[in-house]
Design a protein around this ligand. Structure first.
Ligand SMILES: Nc1ncnc2c1ncn2[C@@H]1O[C@H](COP(=O)(O)OP(=O)(O)OP(=O)(O)O)[C@@H](O)[C@H]1O
Ligand SMILES: [Mg+2]
Length: 353
């Protein structure tokens, strides 16, 4: 039986941990290990508790050769799977234990698996998004070489469709590069002074042709004094452009888009002076079930319509990362048939800060 010192040591460990001695019995376990493996494990043969072959093999071997090793242990609490990296270390003669023992500790590494799954999903999505226009391009190349070879009208028509598809691939690659850059810079605080008032005015000017084409009028409301934040001007421009473009593309049916810039002395969410940019449309709105996932990469509320309009589904993912980098917040309020309000809250530069 283990002495009090061993118990003290096991209890001080921040991970589930237990000891197996040369008689192959579990001679001590901390409360974390009892929670993981069951309350009645001390005194039992280890193989009746730890049944997974990689773990039992490792214990048997280390009891003989005393060399450290690792193995994986999968647990399921009925609701979800947890993956542990199990570490085995031999401890020579401790306290009253004769002949040494194996310290077995469990590190939960499930989050690594989730990150891996996200990476796989991302690659699958990118491949799918690239393949669709690529398949179209290859089809048209084949037709142009064959059936449409001498048909000038068809050739022009196909070339213009091909142009559209190539542009779509180009936009997707551009957005991916942009997302990558924003993600890699997310921990670097931006440092320039940005005049949001001016920036929104210039974004609205550049959006005018798109708005005219969609039959949408653009309106801006702003405080008299310029609103200044500390930020990255290109990235904040990207935020405004995507939100206003979305409002025109997806909410344009309402005929008008409002951009409202305002300030507050103390923004509750930031506990600091804030600047708010609200992009408001009167269009079809978004079903609230989509809202929690809207800023995920490639997530679209209406994928058919978004693809038709040439969207890549990356815009709001980029927006979210940029706002995070600026220590700001993004809020989306919408209901079907009632338009949408996208609110960006940024910490505002004042004389004090
Ligand atoms: N104002 C809006 N009204 C209705 N739906 C919207 C609005 N803004 C965004 N959405 C929905 O959210 C989805 C995600 O928007 P996001 O900007 O991330 O992608 P996108 O516009 O499709 O592509 P990209 O911005 O890369 O061109 C859109 O596909 C659309 O379904
Ligand atoms: Mg967009």
């Amino acid at each position: 039986m283990p002495d009090a010192l061993i118990d003290e040591f096991l209890c001080a460990m921040p991970l589930p941990a237990l000891l197996v001695d040369q008689s192959e019995r579990i001679i001590g376990a901390n409360p974390e290990a009892l929670t993981l493996l069951g309350q009645q494990i001390v005194g039992r043969h280890f193989a009746t508790i730890l049944r997974q072959p990689p773990v039992t093999d490792a214990i048997e071997t280390i009891l003989r050769d005393k060399r450290p090793r690792e193995a994986q242990h999968l647990a399921n609490d009925g609701a979800q799977d947890t993956t542990f990296r199990v570490t085995f270390r031999y401890v020579n003669g401790i306290g009253a234990v004769k002949g040494g023992a194996v310290l077995v500790s469990f590190l939960d590494v499930s989050h690594l698996g989730q990150a891996e799954q996200m990476r796989r999903d991302f690659v699958a999505n990118v491949s799918h998004e690239l393949r669709t226009p690529l398949t179209a391009l290859m089809g048209f190349i084949e037709t142009l070489r064959g059936a449409a070879r001498d048909d000038a009208d068809a050739r022009d028509r196909f070339l213009s469709i091909m142009d559209g598809e190539a542009n779509r691939m180009n936009r997707l690659v551009g957005d991916l590069i942009s997302l990558n850059r924003v993600e890699s810079e997310e921990r670097v605080r931006p440092s320039e002074d940005v005049n949001l008032t001016q920036q929104i005015e210039s974004t609205l000017r550049s959006m005018r042709p798109l708005a005219d084409e969609a039959g949408v009028t653009l309106h801006m409301t702003a405080p008299d004094d310029p609103v200044i934040v500390t930020g990255d001007p290109d990235q904040l421009q990207q935020v405004c452009t995507n939100l206003i473009e979305n409002a025109i593309k997806y909410g344009g049916a309402g005929g008008r888009v409002d951009v409202v810039l305002s300030i507050s002395d103390r923004e509750p969410a930031l506990r600091a002076p804030g600047a708010r940019i609200q992009v408001i449309d009167q269009g079809a709105g978004i079903d609230p079930i989509h809202l929690p996932r809207l800023t995920e990469r490639f997530y679209r509320a209406d994928s058919h319509r978004s693809r038709e309009l040439g969207g890549t589904g990356l815009g709001l993912a980029i927006v979210k990362h940029i706002i995070n980098r600026h220590r700001g917040r993004l809020r989306v309020e919408s209901n079907l048939g009632q338009g949408s309000v996208f609110t960006v809250i940024l910490p505002r530069k004042t004389e004090q800060n």
